[in-house]
Design a protein around this ligand. Structure first.
Ligand code: ZN
Length: 107
């Protein structure tokens, strides 16, 4: 399991989970119950709902999907400018002609 997203509220968490599952990535939400109890607990990053993927092997695809979603990627980057490698799905910044992950060269 791997955390791929920190949502600002449960609706966003389930939106992201849905996006992942549409693409065939098994995902689940944790922490929404903590959010529901926010009257008793302060809102901190620990109490925000998080989205996890079941299979770590889906991490690259999840990153590509979340880069498209774009609002709060798990790893801050210039993902909006990046393009997904057609071979492995890793996000590659446009100034690089070669994928850093698998070595695929863009035309
Ligand atoms: Zn690649």
């Amino acid at each position: 399991m791997l955390q791929v997203f920190v949502a600002q509220h449960p609706t966003e968490a389930y939106l992201v989970k849905g996006l992942l599952e549409i693409e065939g990535v098994k995902a689940f939400v944790r922490g929404e119950s903590l959010f529901a109890a926010r009257g008793e607990a302060p809102i901190t990053p620990d109490t925000l709902p998080t989205v996890w993927i079941v299979d770590d092997g889906d991490a690259a695809r999840a990153a590509a999907i979340l880069a498209d979603f774009g609002s709060h990627p798990a790893s801050p980057s210039t993902a909006a400018e990046s393009v997904a490698c057609p071979q492995c799905g890793e996000m590659v910044e446009p100034q690089f002609a070669t994928c850093w992950n698998c070595g695929h060269e863009r035309e």
